[in-house]
Design a binder for this molecule. Structure first.
Ligand SMILES: NC(=O)C1=CN([C@@H]2O[C@H](COP(=O)(O)OP(=O)(O)OC[C@H]3O[C@@H](n4cnc5c(N)ncnc54)[C@H](OP(=O)(O)O)[C@@H]3O)[C@@H](O)[C@H]2O)C=CC1
Ligand SMILES: CC(=O)[C@@H](O)[C@H](O)COP(=O)(O)O
Ligand SMILES: [Mn+2]
Length: 426
C-alpha cells in the first residue's frame, strides 16, 4: 500500500497532481494497462531507457497482439500478464514459453474481462491506464481505490464515470497523460485558481481541417486514420478527425480542473506544438510547448513530480517554425458544442455520448457508416436519451445500463443510415 502525502495546503492546487510518497530507493514499480497499444509501447520505450527510475511489474492487454505482449513481458521480466480475452491464453502461453529459458519462471497469467481490473489493484506505485474505450472505467476505479497514483491516458473512464472517479480519487492522485491536460496542469502551476480566467485547449483540427460538412460526407476510413501530427490507436485517431476527441477533452478538463464549460475554449492549432494554455485574469497566458511526442506527457505521468531527462526531443530552435491558431468551425465539426451540452447535462449523458461514439467509430471503420454519420448518430442518441435525472448520485450500474442502451440505439441508427446510403447509391 502506498501512502499519499497529505492534500496540498493551497486549494488551487487541489486538481494538480500531488506526488505520492512510497517510492523506495530502487526504481518505481509501474503497472501498464494497454501495454501493446500506442500509449503502452511508448511507455515501455521510456521504461527500457530508464531502468534506474522505473520497473514494470505487470502488463495487461486485450489479447489481440500476444507475440508483442509476450515479448514485452520477457523484456521487462514482469510478474504478471493479463489478457481480457480468455481464448488468447494458449497462444500467449506458447509465445511466453518460446521466449523464456527452461529454468526460467514464466509470469503468472490472468485472463478474462476483469483481468485488467485485477492487475490495476496489484501492489505498485503507479498504474498507467492506456486501455482504449470506456472499458477502462473499472481499472481506473480499482487503481484509485487501491491507493495507486494513476497516470491516466484512458480519458473515457473519467468522462463516463466523472463523479464516481472524482469521488474515489484523493486530491492529486490522478496525473493526466492526455497531452492537453498535461499541458494544463503544468500551466495551472503558474498561479492561484482565483486568478485563472480560462483554459484554452488546442486541437490539431485533424486530417479534414478546413473541409465543409458536405465535403466530409465521402471521406474514407483510410483518410480519417491519417492524422497530420500524431501516431495513435485507431479509435482516438478517428475521434480526432471528427473532433469528438476535442469534445471528450473539454469534458476531461472540466472534470479534472473544476473549470466551468463557458471558461474552456478550443482553438485549432494545426502544428500540435502548443498542447494547451491557461489564461490568467491579468491577461497573461501560459502555454506548454513541445514537439508532438507522447513520451513527454507519459514520462511526466509515470515519473511525477520528477521530469525524466530526454523523455522526448525538445523543440529545435535552430530552424524556422510557424505556429497558427484558428477558430473552430463548429458547423462542419459540431462535436465540441455537443460534448459541452452532455457535460452540462451530467449524470449518464457523457456515458451515452461516449458509448454511442464508440459504436459509430466501429461502424465507420468497418465501412458501415459514412463519416458524417458518426456525429449525426451520436447527436441523435443523445437527444433520445434526454435529460438524465440528477437527483440521485451516479453508480457504476447506471453507467453500464446507459452505455448498453446507447450502444444498442447507435447500432440501430447506424444500420439505418447505412441502408439509406446504399439505397441512395443504387
Ligand atoms: N495514442 C495516443 O497518443 C493517445 C492516447 N490517448 C488515450 O489513451 C488510450 C489508449 O489509446 P491508444 O494507445 O492510442 O490505443 P491503442 O488502440 O493503440 O491501444 C489500446 C490498448 O488497449 C488494450 N485493450 C483494449 N481493450 C482492452 C481490455 N478490455 N482490457 C485490457 N486491455 C485492453 C489493447 O490491447 P490489444 O493490443 O490486445 O488489442 C491495447 O493494448 C485511449 O483512451 C486514448 O484516448 C490519449 C492521448 C494520446
Ligand atoms: C496526443 C493527444 O493528446 C491526442 O489526444 C491529440 O490531442 C489528438 O490530436 P487532436 O488535437 O487532433 O485531437
Ligand atoms: Mn489529447
Amino acid at each position: 500500500m502506498v501512502p499519499m502525502t497529505d492534500t496540498l495546503a493551497d486549494p488551487h492546487l487541489r486538481f494538480v497532481p500531488a506526488p505520492l510518497t512510497g517510492d523506495g530507493d530502487g526504481p518505481r514499480d509501474i503497472v501498464i494497462l494497454g501495454s501493446t497499444g500506442s500509449i503502452g509501447t511508448q511507455a515501455i520505450d521510456l521504461v527500457l531507457r530508464n531502468p534506474d527510475r522505473f520497473r514494470v511489474t505487470a502488463l495487461s492487454a486485450a489479447g489481440g497482439r500476444v507475440e508483442l505482449l509476450a515479448e514485452q513481458a520477457h523484456q521487462l521480466r514482469v510478474r504478471t500478464v493479463a489478457v481480457a480475452r480468455e481464448d488468447a491464453v494458449p497462444a500467449l502461453r506458447e509465445a511466453l514459453s518460446a521466449r523464456y529459458g527452461a529454468g526460467e519462471r514464466l509470469p503468472e497469467i490472468l485472463a478474462g474481462p476483469d483481468a485488467a481490473t485485477e492487475v490495476a489493484a496489484l501492489d505498485c506505485h503507479t498504474v498507467l491506464n492506456g486501455i482504449t474505450g470506456s472499458i477502462g472505467l473499472a481499472p481506473t476505479l480499482a487503481a484509485l481505490k487501491a491507493g495507486r497514483s494513476l497516470a491516466l491516458a484512458n480519458k473515457e473512464s473519467l468522462i463516463v464515470g466523472g463523479p464516481l472517479v472524482k469521488a474515489q480519487a484523493r486530491p492529486g492522485q490522478i496525473v493526466p497523460v492526455d497531452s492537453e491536460h498535461s499541458a494544463l496542469f503544468q500551466g495551472l502551476l503558474g498561479g492561484p485558481r482565483s486568478e485563472v480566467r480560462k483554459l484554452v485547449v488546442t486541437a490539431s483540427g485533424g486530417p479534414f481541417r478546413g473541409r465543409t460538412k458536405a465535403e466530409l460526407a465521402s471521406v474514407t476510413p483510410e483518410q480519417a486514420l491519417a492524422h497530420p501530427t500524431w501516431a495513435m490507436g485507431p479509435v482516438i485517431t478517428v475521434n480526432s478527425a471528427t473532433l469528438v476527441n476535442k469534445g471528450l477533452e473539454v469534458i476531461e478538463a472540466h472534470l479534472l480542473y473544476d473549470v466551468p464549460f463557458d471558461r474552456i475554449e478550443v482553438v485549432v492549432h494545426p502544428q500540435s506544438y502548443i498542447h494547451s494554455m491557461v489564461e490568467f485574469t491579468d491577461g497573461s497566458t501560459l502555454a506548454q510547448a513541445s514537439p508532438p511526442d507522447m513520451r513527454m506527457p507519459i514520462a511526466l505521468g509515470i515519473g511525477w513530480p520528477d521530469r525524466v531527462p530526454d523523455a522526448a526531443p525538445g523543440i529545435d530552435w535552430t530552424r524556422a517554425h510557424q505556429w497558427d491558431f484558428l477558430p473552430l468551425d463548429t458547423e462542419a465539426f459540431p462535436s465540441v458544442p455537443l460534448a459541452c451540452h452532455v457535460g452540462d447535462l451530467g449524470g449518464t449523458a457523457p456515458a451515452v455520448f461516449n458509448a454511442a461514439n464508440e459504436e459509430c467509430v466501429d461502424a465507420f471503420l468497418k465501412g458501415g457508416l459514412p463519416f458524417t454519420g458518426i456525429v449525426d448518430t451520436v447527436a441523435e442518441v443523445v437527444a433520445r436519451h434526454g435529460t438524465p435525472d440528477r437527483g440521485t448520485s451516479l453508480t457504476v450500474a447506471d453507467v453500464l445500463q446507459a452505455e448498453t442502451w446507447a450502444r444498442a440505439r447507435a447500432r440501430e441508427l447506424a444500420a439505418r443510415a447505412a441502408r439509406t446510403t446504399s439505397e441512395a447509391r443504387a
